[in-house]
Design a protein around this ligand. Structure first.
Ligand code: 5AD
Ligand code: SF4
Length: 458
């Protein structure tokens, strides 16, 4: 970029406010952090609200219709701030990033003139160039190329924020489940080379990160010169990294080596998110999941043999085309058999361009709502039971920082449960980054309450 372009993009004018709103999955959370990293050298620093920002980025999700609709209503809200700003002789730039940008970039440009730039998830390293282009020309600067490889090579050094960090190792998906837009918005599967991943892991550790979650749309399909089990082993060699997790996985890629790692690698936490989507083999086939309900149950058996206390979580879709009461009951039976520690469940949402959108046997809204309510009743009860089962146990908690109340700290259990505990005298912030053994005293739907470590030890 020339000096003049840099000036327009903000680097020479001093600090500018950046506000990023993130929707959707961990990949987007990671990308949002990376966009902040890309923009930092240009003088952008985090603003507390959109009102205080010079640039607002909406990092969007396309997975279900509802998520997509949110984008347009949010753009409408930002347009009002932008207009008020302009009346004062200043400007607010609005950027749309993420999967809606990828899928509907041109439509956004047409429908929402308040938007200054549109950037797909694989092109976020091009933000400085786009900002300069948008400032130069009136109208929207748009890019949505599939350049995952280039993206990672072009990104600056990672800046850590907190004791836990996501680390993207794999992007995109070649599985083409018939309901899913991801293969179209995130492109073909790409694994980052292991050396690049490990360099980023070491940089995070050097900045105080104790827990690394390896992320990818199909993270267990990782093949960047080694497989995921080996990569976990390499990350585990970084001394100050105490905890490792990975998400999201596909049942087909749950190799024996990866399952074994759950029993052998003490830093690998006893928790796994493994989407099943349906408990009906017929529906799984229509979804193009390429495994049966029974295959899934066998994987769980093996995982539990390797690590008996492993906390399982999953994703489930109800009302996929062709799902009758009988198939839904098969999902309920699978859920009862597995006993999930937590789960995400959704009504099937028809996504334009995906094979399932034009399948026969679309399920009515009422049936979907009723099934979802029944399913969530069982899943919520299972989550509560799992949390309550921890009462009386002493669990090692990785402390993330001060809790909401004075004297309180909060963190996560090995099973990824949120835990808060009173720490007695002194600033609870002193424990940040430490792994503290606490006695669990109470459990609710979404968190655990524990007793101060010194009292727990007594
Ligand atoms: N409708 C409903 N849920 C969906 N998911 C993906 N696509 C759809 C869709 N069209 C869910 C799946 C996936 C999770 C991230 O979102 O359960 O695992
Ligand atoms: Fe979508 Fe299926 Fe790929 Fe997951 S595995 S991202 S659900 S296509």
């Amino acid at each position: 970029m020339s000096d003049a372009e840099q000036r327009r993009a903000g680097s020479i004018n001093g600090p500018k406010g950046l506000y990023i709103e993130t929707y959707g999955c961990q990949m987007n959370l990671y990308d949002s952090e990376r966009m902040a990293d890309v923009l930092r050298p240009l003088g952008y620093a985090q603003a507390a609200t959109p009102e205080e920002a010079d640039l607002v980025i909406l990092n969007t999700c396309h997975i279900r219709e509802k998520a997509t609709e949110k984008v347009y209503s949010e753009i409408g809200r930002l347009r009002l701030i932008k207009e008020a700003r302009r009346a004062e002789g200043r400007d607010l730039s609005i950027a749309v990033a993420g999967c809606v940008a990828q899928a509907e970039g041109e439509e956004i440009a047409r429908r929402a003139p308040a938007v200054d730039l549109v950037v797909g998830p694989q092109s976020l390293h091009k933000l400085p160039e786009l900002i300069a282009r948008a400032a130069r020309a009136k109208g929207v600067a748009l890019t949505a190329e599939f350049t995952a490889e280039e993206k990672f090579d072009a990104l600056p050094e990672r800046r850590a924020d907190g004791v836990s960090a996501f680390l993207s190792v794999q992007e995109g998906c070649d599985k083409f489940c018939t309901f899913c837009v991801v293969p179209y918005t995130r492109g073909a599967e790409y694994s980052r080379p292991a050396e690049a991943v490990l360099a980023e892991a070491r940089a995070l550790a050097a900045q105080g990160v104790r827990e690394i979650t390896l992320i990818g749309q199909n993270v267990n399909a990782y093949h960047g010169g080694m497989d995921l089990a080996e990569l976990i082993g390499e990350v585990a060699k970084i001394e100050t990294v105490a905890r490792i997790r990975y998400t999201t996985s596909h049942p087909l890629e749950m190799s024996d080596a990866l399952i074994a790692a759950h029993g052998e690698e003490p830093k690998l936490m006893p928790q796994l998110h493994l989407p099943v989507q349906s408990g009906s083999t017929r529906i799984l086939k229509a979804m193009n999941r390429k495994h049966t309900a029974d295959d899934y149950l066998r994987i769980i058996e093996k995982l539990r043999a390797a690590r008996p206390d492993i906390a399982m979580s999953t994703d489930i879709i109800v009302g996929f085309p062709g799902e009758r009461d009988a198939e839904f009951e098969e999902t309920m039976a699978l859920v009862r058999e597995v006993g999930f520690a937590s789960a995400f469940s959704f009504k099937y949402s028809r996504r334009p361009g995906t094979p399932a959108a034009s399948m026969q046997g679309q399920v009515g809204e009422d049936a979907k709502a009723e099934r979802l309510a029944r399913l969530q009743g069982v899943l919520n009860a299972q989550q509560r039971m799992f949390n309550e089962a921890q009462i009386g146990r002493v669990l090692p908690v990785l402390v993330a920082g001060r809790g909401r109340r004075p004297g309180q700290a909060h963190g996560r259990s090995p099973y990824l449960q949120a835990v808060h505990f009173d720490c007695g005298v002194g600033d609870p912030g002193r424990l940040t980054g430490e792994i503290v053994s606490v006695r669990i005293e109470a459990a609710s739907q979404n968190s655990l309450a524990a007793r101060a470590p010194n009292e727990a030890a007594a």
